[in-house]
Design a protein around this ligand. Structure first.
Ligand code: PMV
Length: 309
């Protein structure tokens, strides 16, 4: 049997503006993982099982827009496997679905690795990331590529669309509390609405994206220097700019406010918005109390993550 796993992720700075070529920062969330096991099948064909989404199906019965089938076909095509052996592929994940933690992309990455390894020629990280990007187009339409990059390389990244990845080197570890609103994050819809805003007034929104990109550049510097108070201030500014962009929502704003009130250094929404997760920068000792306050304020679950050096 061949097993592979991939972490979740969160975007720290720059979501939405990254689609328009501005920089963004993202970090892996190692405590949650997608896992894929591939083994020889006992019946003909390639069978996929993902109990959490109620899937048990043979590859041929899945259409071209099914992301799991698309990934299996992508790996087989890349490796020029025309008559694959019988296989059983088991998919599981502890990453909450549709909350901006990259669950779909992590499954794609783990699947590409486990399958290619099982077939005898493991794909390298660039190939895995590229395939995951192709599959992500089914969900997103026009993804920036930040999710597949941070999840494949499992390192904090400074990301600019179309450019080689740059790994971030924090001066020290820092702690984030991630709080889930429990509302699904409709990334595709939010990205589409932002595009309509931009099309209606390109000058105004280009300027807005530049401001967000500038915050991401400054955030990289303060992370590499270890100025955590300044980082909190930058998160607050980024959240305000995302509110103006219409991608926050009352539940995200309420969690950000609760985080501030309970002592966070800064808080913002993370990812596509309108639901999904809020992230708060906290002093490590305060993390459990802030997580508790966020659950009282309505978060359906919270995660404490330490971003490493
Ligand atoms: O919702 P998430 O965490 O997958 O993030 C979407 C990030 C956007 O910048 C809004 C879109 C993108 O493709 O980068």
């Amino acid at each position: 049997m061949t097993t592979s796993s991939a972490p979740g992720k969160i975007i720290l700075f720059g979501e939405h503006a990254v689609v328009y070529g501005h920089p963004a920062l993202a970090v892996p969330v190692m405590q949650v993982q997608a896992q894929v096991e591939v083994e020889a099948g006992s019946r003909p064909g390639i069978w996929l099982e993902a109990k959490q989404i109620g899937l048990q199906a043979e590859l041929a019965s899945l259409g071209p827009d099914n992301p799991l089938a698309a990934m299996v076909r992508g790996v087989l095509a890349l490796q020029a496997v025309t008559s694959p052996p019988s296989l059983f592929i088991r998919i599981s994940s502890s990453i909450p679905i549709a909350s901006g933690l990259g669950s779909g992309t992590a499954v794609s990455v783990a699947l590409a690795r486990a399958l290619s390894q099982h077939l005898g020629s493991p794909l390298n990280d660039d190939e895995v990331s590229r395939l995951a990007y192709e599959v992500e187009k089914f969900h997103h339409g026009r993804p920036s590529g930040i999710d597949n990059t941070v999840i494949t390389f499992a390192r904090p990244v400074f990301f600019v669309r179309g450019e080689p990845i740059e790994v971030l080197h924090p001066a020290d570890t820092f702690t984030l509390v991630i709080a889930d609103t429990g509302l699904p994050a409709p990334t595709r819809e939010a990205v589409g609405d932002v595009r309509r805003l931009w099309e209606a007034d390109k000058r105004r929104w280009e300027r807005h994206f530049e401001l967000i990109g500038e915050l991401a550049r400054q955030a990289r510097q303060v992370i590499e220097k270890g100025d955590w108070h300044d980082l909190g201030v930058l998160m607050e500014r980024n959240h305000s700019l995302l509110q103006e962009l219409t991608v926050s929502c009352p539940a995200l704003d309420a969690l950000a406010e609760a985080a501030r009130r309970s002592g966070a250094l800064g808080a913002k929404l993370s990812g596509g918005g309108r639901g999904g997760n809020m992230i708060a920068l906290v002093e490590e000792a305060n993390a459990p109390a802030i997580a508790e306050a966020l659950r009282k304020a309505g978060a359906v679950h919270t995660l404490i993550t330490r971003v490493g050096v």
